[in-house]
Design a protein around this ligand. Structure first.
Ligand SMILES: Nc1ncnc2c1ncn2[C@@H]1O[C@H](COP(=O)(O)OP(=O)(O)OP(=O)(O)O)[C@@H](O)[C@H]1O
Ligand SMILES: C=C(C)CCOP(=O)(O)O
Length: 244
C-alpha cells in the first residue's frame, strides 16, 4: 500500500522570507513521519521561499519558460538545498530518506504534458527507503525550462505507483469556503471555483486552485490538511478536505 505525502513549501519554509526554513515545523513533521512508520511512503516537498522566490525573480512559471542556464541553476539549486535540509531532518529521526531530483527525471512535451520516470522511486520503496522528491525545474519542449510543482509530482506519482493514499499538508486545515470553514469534500472544480485562490505568498505555481485541479485528475481520493493533522493522515484517517 503506497502513501504519497506532500509537505507544502509554505509549511516547511517561511514563505515570505527568501531561503528561510521553518525548522521547528519541519522537525515536528519529521518526528510524526518517523513515529507513524508507514510502509511504502513517498515524500514530496514544495518550493516555499526557496523555489518560488528564485522562480519569481527569474520570471519562470509552470507555463512560461526560460533558457538562461544561470536562472535554471538558481531555481534548481535552491530546491536541492531545501531538499538537503528536509533529508537531514528526516535522517535525524532515523527515517531512511533518499533524494530524487525531478529535474533529471522528467520532461514536458509541447502541450505541457509531463512524463516523470518513477522506476527509481518504486525500487527505493521495494528496498525499504523513503524517496523524497521536490518541486523543481523541468525541460519543456518549445519553452526551455519551466517550473514543475510538487503538486504535479504528487499527481504523477499517485497514478504511476497506484497510490492508495495521497495527502497534501499545507498551512491551512483544508480547502476553505467563503466563511473560512473547511470544505469536507470536493468532487468537481466548478463546485468551489469561486473560493479557490492563489497563495498568499510568492508562488509561481497557482496556489490552492492549481492543487485542487491536480488532485481532481488523480484516480484516487486525496486529502488537503494542516500540519496538526499529519499524524491522523498517516494513521489512515481522513483529515481536512477530501478531493475526488
Ligand atoms: N479556498 C482556499 N482554501 C485554502 N487556502 C487557499 C484558498 N484559496 C487560496 N488559498 C491559499 O493557498 C495557500 C496554499 O497554497 P500554497 O501553494 O501556498 O501551499 P503549499 O503547497 O503549502 O506551498 P508550496 O506551493 O510552496 O509547496 C494557502 O496558504 C492560502 O493562502
Ligand atoms: C518553485 C519551484 C521550483 C517548485 C514549486 O513547487 P510547489 O511549491 O509544490 O508548487
Amino acid at each position: 500500500m503506497v502513501t504519497v505525502l506532500k509537505l507544502g513549501g509554505s509549511v516547511v519554509t517561511e514563505k515570505d522570507r527568501p531561503e528561510t526554513l521553518d525548522d521547528d515545523t519541519l522537525a515536528s513533521l519529521s518526528a510524526a513521519i518517523a513515529a507513524a512508520d508507514v510502509e511504502d511512503l513517498v515524500v514530496v516537498h514544495g518550493g516555499g521561499s526557496f523555489g518560488h522566490h528564485h522562480a519569481a525573480e527569474r520570471g519562470v512559471s509552470s507555463t512560461e519558460g526560460i533558457r538562461d542556464v544561470d536562472g535554471v541553476m538558481a531555481v534548481h539549486g535552491a530546491m536541492t538545498t531545501l531538499n538537503r535540509f528536509v533529508l537531514s531532518r528526516l535522517h535525524a529521526e532515523d527515517v531512511p530518506a533518499l533524494p530524487v531530483h525531478p529535474f533529471s527525471a522528467a520532461a514536458r512535451d509541447a502541450e505541457g504534458e509531463l512524463s516523470l520516470m518513477t522506476d527509481q522511486v518504486a525500487t527505493m520503496l521495494d528496498e525499504g527507503f523513503v524517496p523524497v522528491l521536490h518541486g523543481d525545474g523541468v525541460v519543456h519542449a518549445g519553452e526551455g525550462v519551466t517550473v514543475l510543482s510538487g503538486d504535479e509530482i504528487v499527481a504523477a506519482l499517485g497514478d504511476a505507483l497506484d497510490a492508495d493514499r495521497v495527502g497534501l499538508c499545507s498551512t491551512v486545515p483544508g480547502v476553505l469556503d467563503g466563511d473560512d470553514e473547511v470544505i469536507p469534500r470536493i468532487d468537481a472544480f466548478d463546485e468551489v471555483a469561486d473560493v479557490l485562490g492563489v497563495s498568499d505568498a510568492t508562488d509561481v505555481t497557482g496556489g490552492m486552485a492549481a492543487k485542487v485541479r491536480e488532485l481532481l485528475a488523480l484516480g484516487s481520493p486525496a486529502y488537503v490538511f494542516g500540519p496538526d493533522d499529519v499524524d491522523a493522515f498517516l494513521a489512515g484517517e481522513e483529515p481536512g478536505t477530501r478531493i475526488g
